[in-house]
Design a protein around this ligand. Structure first.
Ligand code: SAM
Length: 284
């Protein structure tokens, strides 16, 4: 099958099937061979790997993944794309296409069946409207995972990578950095896609830690605390945590712990490192 990274070939397939882009599914297909190659090389795929691709579209990246990996499982929500994928991937006997919503699929079951429960690699040009839920679900459900290499909105990639004291720092930064080491590997302008998105994009590689970089007794509690801290970003930590309907600590209790940690009583959540959130969670 012709390389779909070449715009002419993608346009030919779209015309052959009279395909209508669905905005609600965040459909922006890649038409740039160097970006596709960059994503696949950042994912470091070997002939032993089982790869999960989320949203294969017309199969542009799937073709490249199939050429490198032992096995590829591609989950696509849009049923209109399924006959197209059967055509564009007809030469690839190591690809399984599943027509479903990735948020409803039992990924642990796929990993069991296709990779004997061993860690898989996830690669995707993600639909931007559900980037965060997809990534959080992959981490929080503890799917055996080596890495996630994804195209996301540039601003979201920045949020995943930054540290305390910057405007982009928040609950997503902390969650991602608890589970994985993030690295932005490419910035991608709108003209690399058809149709062009309204925003800039970036490819980020998240390499899953075998052991998280900080120790915390209760992960769930720490993340509830982090979410509450950033819900009201401009408020002091004492007020944001005290206002949270789910946490139930008094202002005095919070102030006391901050003092033990030698943090000022007026400190805001955006100033705390992951290590400090872990300590706060254990002490409270
Ligand atoms: N991988 C293709 C490429 O790079 O050209 C397409 C990328 S496009 C940004 C996102 C793809 O994800 C679309 O094919 C869309 O239909 C699919 N998609 C959107 N929501 C999905 C979901 N919840 N589960 C699975 N696929 C989804």
């Amino acid at each position: 099958m012709a390389d779909l990274g070449i715009p002419k070939n993608t346009i030919e397939v779209l015309q052959k099937y009279n395909f209508n882009f669905q905005k609600k599914f965040g459909q922006n297909f890649l038409i740039d061979t160097s970006v596709l190659d960059r994503i696949v090389s950042a994912a470091e795929i070997t002939a032993e790997d089982c790869v999960l691709e989320i949203g294969p579209g017309i199969g542009t990246m799937t073709q490249r993944l199939a050429a490198k990996a032992r096995e590829v499982v591609a989950v696509e929500i849009d049923r209109n794309l399924i006959p197209i994928l059967e055509d564009t991937l007809s030469d690839c006997d190591n690809v399984t296409v599943i027509n479903d919503d990735i948020l409803k699929v039992d990924i642990n079951k796929i990993v069991q069946e296709k990779n004997g429960g061993n860690p898989i690699k996830v690669v995707a040009n993600l639909p931007y409207y559900i980037t965060t839920p997809i990534i959080m679900e992959l981490f929080e459900s503890h799917v055996p995972l080596k890495s996630i290499t994804v195209m996301v909105q540039k601003e979201v990639a920045d949020r995943m990578q930054v540290g305390p004291g910057t405007k982009d720092y928040g609950a997503l930064s902390l969650a991602v950095q608890y589970y994985a080491k993030p690295e932005i590997v490419a910035n991608v302008p709108p003209n690399c896609f058809i149709p062009r998105p309204n925003v800039g994009s970036a490819v980020i590689h998240l390499s899953r830690y075998e052991v998280p970089p900080v120790k915390v007794t209760d992960e769930k509690k720490m993340f509830a605390l982090i979410r509450a801290s950033f819900n009201q970003r401009r408020k002091t930590l004492v007020n944001s945590l005290n206002n949270s309907p789910v946490l139930g600590w008094s202002k005095e209790q919070i102030a006391e712990v901050l003092e033990e940690m030698q943090l000022p009583a007026t400190v805001r959540g955006e100033a705390l490192t992951l290590q400090q959130f872990a300590e706060l969670s254990d002490r409270l």
